[in-house]
Design a binder for this molecule. Sequence first.
Ligand SMILES: [Zn+2]
Length: 187
Amino acid sequence: MPSPLGHTLVSSSIYLFFKKDFSFKKDFRNLILFIGIGLLPDIDMLLVLLSRNIGIHRSVTHSLIFVIFSSIVVYLFLKKLKILSFKNSFLLILSLLSAHLFCDFFTLDDILHNGINLFYPFSKEYIPAPFYLFMGFDWRQFSTLFSFYMLKVIIREFIITAPFFILALLYINKTQLKEEVNIESQN
Ligand SMILES: [Zn+2]
């Protein structure tokens, strides 16, 4: 999997594209919440820690069925709590979870197995990508987390995902400026 940095930048970019009137002051808590939703498929790490079986990572929770089912559950839950206050909220949740799978799919992981279990439970095969964008790492090894290899993983992720985040920031900035001009011209 990419590190949480890669997933965070991708999730933040998606959130900003959906929430055009984003303001750090008002929406920071929701941004953190939606970054968390983007990380939801990695909840299987808890099972890995409990069962000590790394082989189950990126299976059930990295399938299309899980993405659709959990999008519906998370949407209904947040709607009930009245946290969703803008249009296309379901699409946002679906996009965040799909983007997680997309990033993991394109991660070279020679520690475990490449690819994700996309069609679980219909197929238990891990579908590998035709090429790789991100580098995997062994998060169970403390020495790996503070190594030169990890630095390369993070720099690579940053180079790939940061442009999307910058684009999203420019997009909301442009949209907000446009709206301000419209309000001023109406006055
Ligand atoms: Zn994952």
